[in-house]
Structure formats: structure tokens, C-alpha cells
Design a protein around this ligand. Structure first.
Ligand SMILES: Cc1cc2nc3c(=O)[nH]c(=O)nc-3n(C[C@H](O)[C@H](O)[C@H](O)COP(=O)(O)O)c2cc1C
Length: 211
């Protein structure tokens, strides 16, 4: 949307730098918060109560805020419990409690999915949520960043691959940088991530803002 304006200003800055004989790379010449003119939504990818994903989503939101970008958060635990039978397929658009979630995704230009590993993939409720979105406009041409987490050693790597396939099918571009937060319990105390994992999320945020 309004992204084009900072993008062209950035390129102008770059050309001016080059004219002065300085090195420059498109997309990296303005403060990061200069790029933040579009709506970003974080989706906490499970409806499990008191989930770790929810904590990670909060941390992600605060990292974005520190860089000057506000973001909405969708917690799948807030979905109406009957949405699978009342908001999908022939019922699309009919569930008044589910519609605000559809609208929020429709308005979002960039999305971050925090994805816990469940049985070697991502939670079924997340797929049902995706199936409840407007096809193809909800995702086509938009951009996504994925974060995986697990108790085991995969960090939801397979889950992120499965999800990437689905989003690419829907026409959404997925950022290649996908942190896989394995052994999450050892790296999260209270609401604080280990320095390593926090750093990985910060790097992904920087990449997403210029993506
Ligand atoms: C239904 C279910 C399936 C799980 N399957 C896996 C798995 O395949 N591999 C793994 O490493 N951890 C698995 N776990 C552990 C979760 O990845 C881990 O507890 C994670 O922190 C859960 O995220 P959450 O708190 O957001 O639900 C599973 C947990 C649940 C509830």
C-alpha cells in the first residue's frame, strides 16, 4: 500500500549515496521504522490454553514495537469453539464471532505465524483457521514470516515446510528466514527467551520489515 513511498525514497537515498561514491544496498538505507506503513498481524498458532506460542507471540509483538512497528495479535484460543461447524465452506461469512478474524487477516499485508510442532506438523486448528479465510484474497500477494517451536529437536522444521507449501499454494510469499526454536522449555524462563532465541527473532523482524 503506502509501502511504495518509502521504497522509492529509499532507492533515491541509495542513488544519491552512489553518486557520492558510497556503497549502498536497496532496502537498507532508512531507519527500519520508516518501512512500517502497513498492517502486520501475528497469529499464535494453537488454541491450547496457556500456550508457549502465546508467550512467543507477545515477545514478537514487543520486538516489533521496539522497532517502531505496531502489530495485532490473533490467539487461536479466542476463536469461537464451534467455528469448524459454523464458519467454514457454505457457512463462510455467517459466523459473527469468526468474521472479525477473517476481516483482520484480509486487512493485513504481512503476517507472522508462531507455530508449535504437533505430531510432526502444525496444529490442526491452524489449518481449519486458514481454510476459514477468504480464498484467494486473504493471502494472495501478501507476505509471511514463520516461527517454529517444539519440545523436541526439530523446532517444528517440518511443520514450517508444510505451512510454506500451503501459503505458496495460496500465493503468499514466505520469508526464507524461519527460526526453529527447538527445546523451547530450556530456552524460555517465565516470559523471557534465551539470548540466542531472542536474537533470532530480532533478525527475522529486521528481515520482515524490509521484505
Ligand atoms: C498435541 C501435541 C503434539 C505434540 N507433538 C510434538 C511433536 O511431534 N514433536 C515435538 O517435539 N513436540 C511435540 N509437542 C510438544 C510441543 O511442540 C511443545 O510443548 C510446544 O511448546 C507446545 O506449544 P504450545 O504450548 O504453544 O502448545 C506436542 C504437543 C502437543 C500438545
Amino acid at each position: 500500500m503506502i509501502w511504495v513511498v518509502p521504497k522509492y525514497i529509499d532507492q533515491l537515498f541509495c542513488l544519491l549515496s552512489k553518486a557520492k561514491g558510497k556503497n549502498c544496498k536497496f532496502g537498507f538505507n532508512l531507519p527500519l521504522n520508516y518501512y512500517a506503513y502497513y498492517m502486520i498481524t501475528i497469529i499464535s498458532g494453537t488454541n491450547r490454553r496457556n500456550s508457549v506460542s502465546k508467550k512467543i507471540a507477545h515477545i514478537y509483538q514487543s520486538i516489533l514495537r521496539d522497532k517502531g512497528q505496531e502489530a495485532e495479535v490473533i490467539y487461536l484460543e479466542d476463536l469461537p469453539t464451534d467455528f469448524v461447524t459454523t464458519a467454514l465452506y457454505e457457512n463462510a461469512g455467517k459466523n459473527k464471532l469468526f468474521n472479525p478474524f477473517r476481516e483482520l487477516i484480509m486487512q493485513s499485508q504481512k503476517m507472522i505465524f508462531v507455530v508449535p510442532e504437533y505430531n510432526g506438523s502444525f496444529p490442526g486448528v491452524l489449518k481449519a483457521f486458514i481454510d476459514g479465510m477468504k480464498y484467494p484474497d486473504a493471502f494472495r500477494g501478501k507476505k509471511a514470516a514463520l516461527v517454529g517451536l517444539s519440545s523436541g529437536i526439530q523446532g517444528a522444521g517440518l511443520a514450517l515446510s508444510h505451512l510454506t507449501d500451503i501459503f505458496n499454494y495460496c500465493g503468499m510469499h514466505v520469508l526464507a528466514q524461519k527460526p526453529k526454536l527447538y527445546h523451547i522449555e530450556k530456552n524460555l524462563t517465565e516470559n523471557k527467551l534465551s539470548t540466542l532465541y531472542h536474537g533470532l527473532l530480532e533478525e527475522q523482524v529486521d528481515a520482515l520489515l524490509t521484505f
